[in-house]
Design a protein around this ligand. Sequence first.
Ligand SMILES: Nc1ncnc2c1ncn2[C@@H]1O[C@H](COP(=O)(O)OP(=O)(O)OP(=O)(O)O)[C@@H](O)[C@H]1O
Length: 259
Amino acid sequence: MSKSIEVNDLNVYYDKFLAVEGVSINIEPRSVTAFIGPSGCGKSTFLRTLNRMHEVIPGAHVKGEVLIDGNDLYGPGVDPVLVRRQVGMVFQRPNPFPTMSIRENVLAGVRLNNTRISRNDADDLVESSLRGANLWEEVKDRLNLPGSGLSGGQQQRLCIARAIAVKPDVLLMDEPCSALDPISTLAIEDLIEELKKEYTIVIVTHNMQQATRVSDKTAFFNIAGTGKPGHLIEYDDTQTIFSTPKVKATEDYVSGRFG
Ligand SMILES: Nc1ncnc2c1ncn2[C@@H]1O[C@H](COP(=O)(O)OP(=O)(O)OP(=O)(O)O)[C@@H](O)[C@H]1O
């Protein structure tokens, strides 16, 4: 089930270094939101705080609030492992488990969660997840071969199948197409369009055309200089950000004048 994300005045730190400052944003369910901005402005850092993935880096921590349908991800007693089940993530480089079969890759998240599942239910889940990731037709005859034998674009769709197999509410994507060729990129973009019927999707992208093609809303982040924290500068409908942004820095960035 797709859920809303509300962030209130979030600061993100790597030890004492303030990497992202004062972000507040409301993201609607069943929408695609693109995070854009120059390198180092904190897009990936901020994205990772939406499922507490930054906590795998020692010393990384946040101040502020992230609410998923009103529930604080950082509330007392909240288990980060459960958070990551609810808020899935797809990374820049396709990262299927190389020694596992395609089938076992899809089921990997479910097995990690120690969910007991019958053989029949597992078969159904593998098929529905691979169909959901637009990969079923291409792999249905080789489910027991290693995931690493697929092309880069297929591997990325396998990672998306793995992410949706645990039935998350939100899907975070950190430059999911940056390692892919243009055809695979379009396949992933089509897939994002499909997935937004069921999920809240947030995608970091350096590709402006991609942001305009896939997203409903765009958030522009910027940084005043090296060592300074990144800020959310402007957040609006994608069409507005790319045609009539309110802030000059946004206009300069989307028109390619810097960054
Ligand atoms: N593991 C880390 N430890 C310490 N500082 C980090 C770490 N990861 C990122 N940073 C710092 O946090 C700031 C934001 O980096 P981040 O990677 O989030 O930016 P970005 O906008 O996603 O950049 P890019 O577009 O190049 O991926 C940068 O100053 C970066 O050096």
